[in-house]
Design a protein. Structure first.
Length: 310
């Protein structure tokens, strides 16, 4: 059974395919991305097929590169712009169905209450649209099934929300639009999410009939939810620096130079709904699925941060 990953690049994509290649025959794997020449030669020499395409490719081009693939991991387009993201992902999903793909794994996001079909965060909207489209494709095409993997918010990404970019030089005060003891986030390590995604894909490829997540959502959260006070306490211990939280208005938060620089004019207004979702607890859900799929305890948030702060 041929497995494809698109796009096979970026942190999650690279983690997934490097883990997958240790679990399935390499000559049954197709890696599709904008720059296939960047796939390490050792994998190509071991039999991996590489193809060129991106989300900007035409529907016909995507159908062509998906042809021959039985199981496709479609990694979501990296943008929080709702309508454009939905448009390009729907195009890719339709192309996969027309190409004859039998099962689509979709990398969704755990920025909603567990198994919920609605969410406050605009960044989640395109994921919900794509999940709904997958369900409809499977309903109207008996040869297609799906699994949506709601990947937890990356432990490594918390500086994005906290308004700094350097683990080794964090500020003494973190200004966020949230009280420290309010709802937090169930942070998950990116590489473990990639490993778990690979294990799910390999499990389906080896025995589709025994796979328990067919036509289901699986949420891969971290092992616990961390309030922002706890999150900052972890950073303080890891860096040896006394760090405090200052709750500020959303407008003040969005006006911080580092926030404006990171998100830019197109995406900065998505922060309004993102923080609404965090304050409502929609990023705080916890499941045991990540550890169960890994076959070991998921790495605690504090260990991941200690490694980054070294």
């Amino acid at each position: 059974m041929r497995v494809g990953i698109f796009p096979a690049s970026g942190g999650l994509g690279t983690s997934t395919y490097t883990n997958l290649l240790s679990q399935v025959p390499n000559n049954q794997v197709t890696l599709i991305n904008r720059y296939p020449e960047k796939v390490p030669k050792k994998y190509v020499e071991n039999g991996v097929t590489v193809r060129q395409a991106s989300y900007e490719s035409s529907a016909e081009e995507l159908q062509a590169v998906f042809t021959g693939v039985d199981v496709l991991f479609l990694i979501s387009f990296p943008s929080s712009v709702h309508l454009y993201r939905t448009k390009v992902q729907t195009k890719a999903l339709d192309a996969a169905q027309k190409a004859g793909v039998k099962h689509i794994f979709y990398s969704s996001l755990a920025f909603a209450s567990i198994n919920a079909e609605s969410a406050k965060a605009e960044v989640m909207a395109a994921h919900l649209d794509s999940e709904a489209h997958l369900k409809e494709l499977a309903r109207t095409n008996s040869g297609l099934s799906w699994t949506s993997i709601r990947e937890g918010l990356y432990s490594e990404s918390f500086p994005v929300y906290a308004g700094f970019q350097d683990f080794k030089n964090p500020p003494s005060t973190i200004r966020i639009p949230q009280e420290g003891n309010g709802f937090g986030v169930s942070w998950a390590k990116q590489d473990e999410l990639g490993e778990a995604s690979a294990r799910l894909i390999a499990s389906y490829a080896k025995s589709p009939s025994a796979f328990k997540y067919t036509n289901k959502i699986v949420t891969l959260s971290g092992p616990k939810s961390w309030t922002w006070a706890e999150t900052v306490e972890v950073l303080s211990r890891a860096t040896g620096k006394d760090i405090n939280i200052q709750a500020v208005s959303l407008e003040e938060y969005k006006s911080l130079p580092q926030i404006k620089a990171y998100f830019g004019t197109e995406q900065i207004n998505t922060l309004d709904t993102a923080w609404q979702a965090i304050r409502a607890g929609e990023a705080a859900g916890v499941t045991t699925s990540l550890g169960e799929i890994l076959g070991r305890d998921a790495e605690p948030f504090e260990k991941t941060i200690e490694e980054f702060a070294k």
